[in-house]
Design a protein around this ligand. Structure first.
Ligand code: HEM
Length: 251
């Protein structure tokens, strides 16, 4: 699962792209609400608690940042406007279900089709999830405690730096390394102390593959190793099929 303990002061991260990303979020919420927000009433209480936790986090660690919200909006949207992260709220019922989310920067998946569904259903397109990750992930959610949070990373290679990647964009990166972007998701998982819902955050970082290559001699060998060793089903899912061979030709 690749989970590591999270220092509470590092729950969310802010950088120089903050204002630009917050205004991009505002535009998407305005123009494409149903694509970036999905909520069920079962997630309302937990979303309110998320917003309170987020405001208290900002107060403690980023006292200069505004905690003002737009009155009348769903609290998961209010939360999303305060940070660069996307937010998902999962509630334990018969099993863990996604009950509220504001995801402005999805990495090629469709939020509307996942709302109300279980961890297993959310991950149904992911190869090997069923066999290798479903059981430990559900058990991890059951064991998670408010005083100990975790984080993990996911990454892929795309031929576009656009943060909001619709599901239709799932395809192999075109062109060569100079046109590719390394897209990393920093995800955190924490349990809210009152509702005991789980908050899953996704923070997306995009860097051009060329600049990584220029600044780090290890980048290309590490990338080739990761592409070569991924199982064929994962390569197909991620759009990596044939990419390592193309990269070797180019080099
Ligand atoms: C310990 C927790 C979790 C683990 C180990 C995990 C693992 C994974 C993995 C391996 C993938 C494949 C992505 C890739 O390799 O590029 C994936 C995709 C995904 N995960 Fe998770 N995940 C976790 C929690 C969650 C949660 C809480 C959500 C709630 C929204 C979520 C939503 C998704 C979605 C939407 C995808 C894309 C699925 C698609 O292609 O339709 N994950 N996850």
């Amino acid at each position: 699962m690749g989970l590591r303990p999270l220092d509470p002061s590092k729950w969310l991260e802010f950088d120089e792209h903050c204002e630009e990303e917050l205004s991009l979020k505002a535009q998407l919420i305005e123009s494409d609400y149903d694509a970036v927000v999905a909520t069920n009433p079962e997630g309302d209480e937990a979303s309110k608690e998320l917003l309170r936790e987020l405001k208290s986090f900002l107060h403690d660690y980023y006292p200069g940042r505004s905690t003002e919200t737009v009155a009348g909006e769903h609290p998961v949207v209010q939360a999303s406007r305060l940070a660069q992260e996307d937010f998902c709220v999962l509630v334990k019922e018969d099993t863990w279900r996604l009950r509220a989310a504001c995801v402005c920067f999805p990495s090629r998946w469709d939020l509307a089709s996942k709302i109300g569904t279980t961890l297993d259903d959310i991950h149904s397109p992911v190869p090997l999830y069923d066999q290798e990750l479903a059981r430990p992930t559900n058990a991890f959610f059951d064991r998670l405690k408010p005083d100990k949070s975790f984080w993990r990373l996911n990454w892929t290679l795309l031929d576009s730096p656009v943060l909001h990647q619709r599901v239709e964009a799932r395809e192999t990166p075109r062109g060569d390394l100079s046109q590719w972007f390394f897209r990393v998701e920093r995800q955190t998982l924490r349990q809210l102390p009152i509702t005991r819902a789980t908050v899953f955050t996704i923070r997306t970082y995009v860097t051009s593959a060329s600049s990584l290559r220029e600044n780090d001699d290890e980048f290309v060998p590490a990338l080739l190793h990761a592409l070569d060793t991924a199982p064929a089903s994962v390569q197909r899912y991620k759009g990596w099929t044939g990419v390592a061979a193309r990269l070797r030709d180019e080099l």
